[in-house]
Design a protein. Sequence first.
Length: 175
Amino acid sequence: MSGYSLQQRFDGSVGGFWTATQSQIYRELHALEAAGLVTVRVEHGDGKPARKVYANTAAGKLELERWLKEPLPPLQLRHPLLLKLVFAAELAPGALDDVLARYEQGLADTLEEYRGRVGAERIFALARSRREAELWQLSLEHGIAWVEVELAWVKKARRRLGKPAGKTKPARKRR
């Protein structure tokens, strides 16, 4: 398929949890071609610009299979909100609640987007098989579950941090 078609499939299948720009996709396609993992052919259209169509080589298919079977490294969570939270002890409670409220709204927007993708014909029409569509569906369900858990945590954090200053127990000092 063409780089543009790959971008559409990318946005439809993994766009909710992984981003790639059109320039990144073309950069990777050129690197894959140089490594002999894909071939490219030029298709000329009637009155349209020529487009490059890429296909996996046998070596490319083997490399993809090798990568898919490779064990995943341990997940290293890099969460900007948690980093801010660790350093927010001196931030005014209202200011911290504003940060949490904006994060909560962003999560709600993401949840709405993910739920809108479930069963969306414009997305699942791009799947090449029922199995691929099922894998995409499972990834969306994972995203929805993650956002729901994150929303529950943010609501809990806002409740706990919203207590008046005199009502909270001071943290024990370490010795």
